[in-house]
Each structure stands twice: as C-alpha cells, then as structure tokens.
Design a binder for this molecule. Structure first.
Ligand code: ATP
Ligand code: MG
Length: 580
C-alpha cells in the first residue's frame, strides 16, 4: 500500500492535543482555576503534576489523571511536571519508570525540559524539613513496634493513645533521627512521627509516621539512604518545592488533605499548593487496581503488562486503541466529585469513532472456506477496485485480485440455513463485495467426515461494477479473497477480559469471572496481498469484521499478526439485554 495509507501513529504536538475549535467542557476544577486566576491567587500561574508511583504499568484510570493534569497545563499555558513518586524502594522498578514515560508520551503529552522529577530528588530537602519539624517540637522519634503503633492509633470509633515516646526532648529526637539515618537501627525499631493529635477524629492526623527505616537500595539514590519519607509527608513538600498551584488527586485523599495542609503550615513554606480531589475512573468488565493487575500478570492469567486485554495503556495501545480515542474518552467522561462506573461500551465507541475515519479498509477472511467459480476462467485474474478509505480519497484505491478459486468465511455459507439467513446457501445468490453476484450450485464434502471442503458457484458476468446488471439487488453481500493471491496471517480476536460487568461483586473471587474467550487465536486467516507490508501498529478496518491493528511486537514481514481492537458493533449490548 502507499506510504500515506499506512497508519503509523503520528506524533501529536502538545498544541494540537486540544482541538482549538472544541472548547473543553467546564468542570469544577476549571472553575476553581478560573477563579484563582481572577483573584491572582498563585500569581495567575497554573502548575500541575502527574505523580505515579513506579510500581506497575499505567492504566486507563491514570489516563484520566494525565489528560487532566497535562491538559490543564496546556490550556492555561502553565507547566505539568512528570514526577515519579518513588518513596518506596521495595516495590519500584526501572521497567515501570520507562513504561510510564513511554505511555505518557504516546498519549501525546510532553513535560518539557527540566520537568521530569522524582520525589527522591528532594530527599535532602525532605530530611532538612524533618529536622525543622523536630526543632519546632512537631515531630518525634517513636520506638514503639509497628504492631504497638497500630494499637495505639485507635479506630474510627475509638480515639488513639499517646505514645510513651511522644514527649522525648528535642535533643534526644535530633540525636535518634540522625542515628536512624546512619543505619544504627533495624527496620521497624524506630520511626519519625508528626506530633499532631492522637484524639483527632481523622485517623490520618493521629501522629502519622513520616519516616521509616528501609535498608534497601533505591533505583535513583542507591544506598545513600536507609530511611525513606512516607507518601503524605513527601507529596505536599514535593508539590511545594515545584511550585504546584493545583495538586489534583483522587477522592480517597480527601481525608489526607488536613495532613497535607498541616505539614506546609507548620513549616511555614513559601508557597502552599491547593489539593483538589476528583472521582477516580472505574470501568466495568475490567479491574483497575494495581494489585489485581499485578496478580493477573504474575500468575499468567494474561501475557504480561502489555496484554491487549488489560486496561493498561500499553495493553490498549497494543490492542489498537489510539491516543485520540483515549483522550476523547477522558474528555467525554468529564471530571466530577462523585464515583461512578463508566460503561466499557463508551471506551469502545470512542475508538470506533476515531478509527472509522482513519483506518484504511481491507479484506480479511478469518476462517477460510474454499469457493470455486466453475464458469470463471482458470487462469484469469481481475482486479476489483475498492477505496482504502472513503473519507480520504487521496489514499487512492486498492486493487483486490479476483480469481476462480476464492476464500470466504466459513460462517458466510450454510447448507441448511435458518430463516432470515441472507448469506450463501445452496441455490442462493449473494454479491461478492466489489465484485460479481454468484450462485451456489453444489457443495463438495469429505466422504468420511462430511466436512465441507469447498462450495461451487457460478458467476454472473453482467453484475460487475460498470456492467448492465451491476445494480441488480441480492439480499446478502459477503467478503472474499483470492485463494492464490491472498496471504496468510494470524488473527487474534480479543474480547472483554471478564464476562460480568462488575467482577469484584459478582460473587466469589474476581478471577472466577475471567472470560475464557477473551482471546481466540486464528492461525490460518488470510488478508489482502497489499497488507504484506503492514507495519506494527498499522490500523485497518477489516470489512464486516471489526477494527484491527498489526501487533506491536509479533508482527513482521514473515509473519503477519493482527489484533482485533473492537468489533464493528457492540455485541455485548445484546448479551446484556438478553441477560435481563
Ligand atoms: P495504587 O494505589 O494501586 O498504587 P494509585 O492509583 O495510587 O494506585 P499512582 O501511581 O499513585 O496509583 O497514581 C498516579 C496518579 O494517578 C495519582 O494522582 C492518582 O490519583 C491517579 N489515578 C490513579 N488511578 C486513577 C483512576 N482510576 N482514575 C483517575 N486517576 C487515577
Ligand atoms: Mg498511589
């Protein structure tokens, strides 16, 4: 196929991310920012950050946060930092760091020179701030065991109890904290805690741990530290150090906001970012928690983090989702403060709509059945012309070779069809798309197994495009490929990962509801000869079948592999109706 017709993902420049003609929908966060700009609250600036923990691959939920944070920065001419929240060396991995950067860029966002940060970049400053808190008598070293700390903390209905170490002198605390840093204690022996209020109704304020000992090598700081700051303490200070104006996080952090504000207030920091919470994205027919995704990957329920059935960004990409479709989805779901579960069908609609106007068309026969046109000359080849993409006439036409022996889909022929079956059947007629009307005259079967080996037809020469009978109507139209000219391909039919909308509350373990048919591999499929040059991540619509994408890793010139992104229509809507 022509160079223009290949659908390799073009890089989107940040400026084109938000279509300037399409104004972003108003939401409560844009409302807050507009007000802040009017009142000159942060000097009129907008600075956001996307702060993933590098302990797994990003998923579609993260995409919502990415589109929001990077999107706002673009919209308001501000900055969005790419910040790795790497305070827990035990779960972090460089593979995750790399995949996260790759995914954010693929979605079409750039953080810009100097804006790639790590919480670990601030370890020195965070340590100095901890000393300041101790000197202000706002933090102390606690020698209770982790279990004792938990018991002393109390519950939602019971207030906590002061630690016996709460009133250590500033000098003693400074000395012990220094010795923690020097590695004189074992993990769990000492922690540094903020001195707030053990009676607070908010558990997060009951003297939270802000530093713990972990004798582990960190992927950025190596063996420099054996004490690591906790998330809540680190996050607000990192935000402050970067001059974040709007620190956007998900709703479960609402109860942490008083702690976020406490740290900054006690340290009288020069700037005080505003934490704003929004509802996280949940989607039906999948799971999104990193713990569960990790479990599915580790225990090989799926083939790695990039498995096209996962809701990871890398999985969606490999499946054939486009950055456009994902950004459009994130815009359509909007940003609110109430938790709702979004229908997977909406995500699928977004990718269908994007690919409908961008993916070239082609024929693929997934499960081939031989069809022989008895009255067609054995050595003749005609080339049937069809548009690559009606919306883009500049891509030109494809020429599909037509010969005496063809392949059609097994399911497009039935020997004893039910009522209303308009595809090929004995003595029936169908149109071969872009070609002739044919009539089935006989069926060739294996005498022993009774398996259908080939279907014999005759064709009507007058019915080709441009011929006198070209407008003759028959009820069915099917796709086809020349047996000799088409080329082999492997086709992977992907479907939803779970059979139920909410695997977490459908009874039993969520894994009991995995869809056994979420991946069907067809090794003997055929495609148009022009697809021989299909490159990884080229998108196509296989006519009548769905949208497909050449596999990012396994597709090559010797072995074509196409993944089904999505069928042409929502086949699950029917299932759901029936179920009711
Ligand atoms: P886990 O708690 O399983 O580690 P996380 O959601 O905290 O996952 P992070 O890597 O810390 O994962 O998330 C990075 C950013 O993405 C955070 O700001 C978080 O609020 C946001 N985020 C994560 N999941 C979602 C989601 N489902 N919807 C919207 N934003 C999300
Ligand atoms: Mg987290």
């Amino acid at each position: 196929m022509t160079e223009e017709a290949t659908m390799t993902q073009e890089k989107i420049s940040p400026d084109s991310v938000n279509n300037p003609e399409k104004k972003p929908a108003p939401n409560f966060i844009r409302h807050i920012i507009n007000e802040d700009i009017q009142t000159n609250k942060h000097g009129g600036n907008v600075a956001t950050r996307f702060p993933p923990e590098p302990n797994g691959y990003l998923h579609i939920g993260h995409a919502k946060s990415i589109c929001l944070n990077f999107g706002l920065a673009l919209e308001y001419n501000g900055v969005c930092y790419m910040r790795f929240d790497d305070t827990n060396p035990s779960k972090e991995d460089i593979e995750y760091v790399e995949s996260i950067m790759r995914d954010v860029r693929w979605l079409g966002f750039e953080w810009g020179e100097g804006n790639l940060r790590h919480s670990s970049d601030y370890f020195d400053q965070l340590y100095d701030y901890a000393i300041q808190l101790i000197k202000r008598n706002k933090a102390y070293v606690c020698s209770l065991s982790p279990e004792e700390i938990r018991t002393y903390r109390g519950t939602l209905t019971e207030t906590g109890k002061d630690s016996p170490y709460r009133n250590r002198s500033i000098e003693e605390n400074l000395d012990l904290f220094e010795r923690m840093r020097l590695g004189e204690f074992n993990e769990g022996e000492q922690v540094l805690r903020a001195k707030i209020n053990m009676q607070s109704p908010n558990i997060n304020l009951r003297d939270p741990v802000i530093y713990r000992i972990k004798k582990m090598t960190h992927h950025m700081t190596g063996d420099k530290w054996c004490i690591y700051p906790m998330y809540d303490y680190t996050h607000c200070l990192s935000d402050m150090l970067e001059g974040i104006t709007h620190s956007i996080c998900t709703l479960e952090f609402e109860d942490h906001r008083p702690l976020y504000d406490w740290v900054l207030d006690e340290l009288q920091t020069p700037c005080h970012p505003q934490q704003i919470e929004f509802a996280r994205l949940s989607l039906n027919y999948t799971v999104m928690s990193k713990r569960k995704l990790n479990e599915l990957v580790i225990n090989r329920y799926v083939n790695g983090w990039t498995d096209p059935r996962l809701p990871t960004i890398s999985g969606l990409r490999r499946r054939g989702y486009t950055p456009n479709a994902i950004r459009d989805f994130c815009e359509r779901i909007g940003v609110t403060k109430s938790d709702t579960c979004i229908d997977m069908a909406l995500l699928e609609t977004c990718v269908r709509e994007d690919l409908n106007t961008s993916a070239p068309r082609a024929f693929c026969v997934q499960r081939p059945l031989k069809l022989i046109i008895d009255n067609y000359p054995a050595d003749q080849v005609e080339y049937m012309e069809a548009p690559w993409l009606t919306e883009k006439p500049e891509l030109g036409v494809r020429k599909i070779p037509f010969t005496r022996e063809l392949f059609i889909e097994q399911e497009d022929f039935m020997e004893t069809p039910p009522k209303g079956y308009f595809r090929l059947q004995p003595n029936g007629e169908v149109r071969l798309r872009y070609g002739y009307i044919i009539k089935c005259i006989s069926v060739e079967k294996d005498p022993i197994t009774d398996e259908i080996l080939a279907v014999h037809c005759t064709y009507d020469l007058e019915t080709r495009h441009g011929m006198p009978q070209s407008n003759r109507k028959v009820k069915g139209t099917i796709h086809w490929l020349s047996a000799n000219h088409s080329i082999p391909a492997e086709v992977r039919l992907y479907d939803r990962l779970f059979t139920v909308a909410n695997p977490d509350s459908a009874g039993g373990d969520y894994k009991d509801h995995l869809n056994a048919d979420s991946m069907i591999v067809l090794k003997d499929s055929r495609v148009e000869p022009d697809l021989a040059t299909a490159k990884p991540e080229d998108h196509y619509q296989f006519e009548r079948l769905g949208y497909f994408c050449a596999d990012e890793f396994d597709n090559n010139a010797e072995h074509l592999v196409f993944n089904r992104t999505v069928t042409l229509r929502d086949t699950w809507a029917k299932v759901e109706k029936k179920g009711k």
